[in-house]
Design a protein around this ligand. Structure first.
Ligand code: ZN
Ligand code: ZN
Length: 163
């Protein structure tokens, strides 16, 4: 059956930040193909399938919607993950049953941020700072590694819900 999960996240940026959500994310999934629970699957919006690690086999799971929002200093992301799912028991631990949403849902969202202070000072790779927001993340602030200007504040982990 088709299953849908919605992931939402929000960060706050300072006026010095040029912020872009990455269209790549990592997601923990009970994979019907290899019949293992809690596999880490690599997803990219626009790719018709996911790559289930560690052997990177193709899995019927994809990012079916990817919407970013931009309100003042707030940058939001809402993405929908659609997968083919059917009940199974884990191949290695037969007592463990798969579920539509992993027993401990986990996601890592990625972003790239640039520093306008460095840009204005003529630094060529001012756009090259990468960061992530993932399940279990505590609220944090990140600054430019070069000039220490504060750029992004995260309020906490992304939310993951069956849609
Ligand atoms: Zn798999
Ligand atoms: Zn800077």
């Amino acid at each position: 059956m088709l299953s849908h999960v919605e992931v939402t996240a929000r960060v706050t940026v300072t006026p010095a930040a040029h912020f872009v959500w990455s269209n790549r994310l990592d997601y923990r999934h009970d994979c019907f193909v290899c019949q293992r629970v809690a596999r880490l699957v690599q997803l990219q919006h626009g790719m018709p399938y996911g790559l289930c690690t560690p052997d990177e086999h193709q899995a019927p799971i994809r990012v079916s919607a990817f919407d970013t929002t931009d309100h003042g200093g707030e940058r939001g992301l809402r993405c929908r993950i659609t997968s083919w799912w059917a009940p199974f028991n884990d191949l290695v631990e037969p007592d463990v049953q798969a579920s539509e949403l992993a027993a401990e849902p986990w996601v890592q969202l990625n972003y790239r941020v640039g520093c306008h202070v460095c840009r204005d000072n003529g630094v060529s790779d001012w756009l090259g700072i990468e960061g992530f927001l993932r399940s279990g993340s505590a609220p944090a602030t990140s600054s430019c590694p070069r000039c220490r200007t504060e750029l992004v504040a995260t309020g906490g982990a992304p939310e993951i819900n069956l849609a």
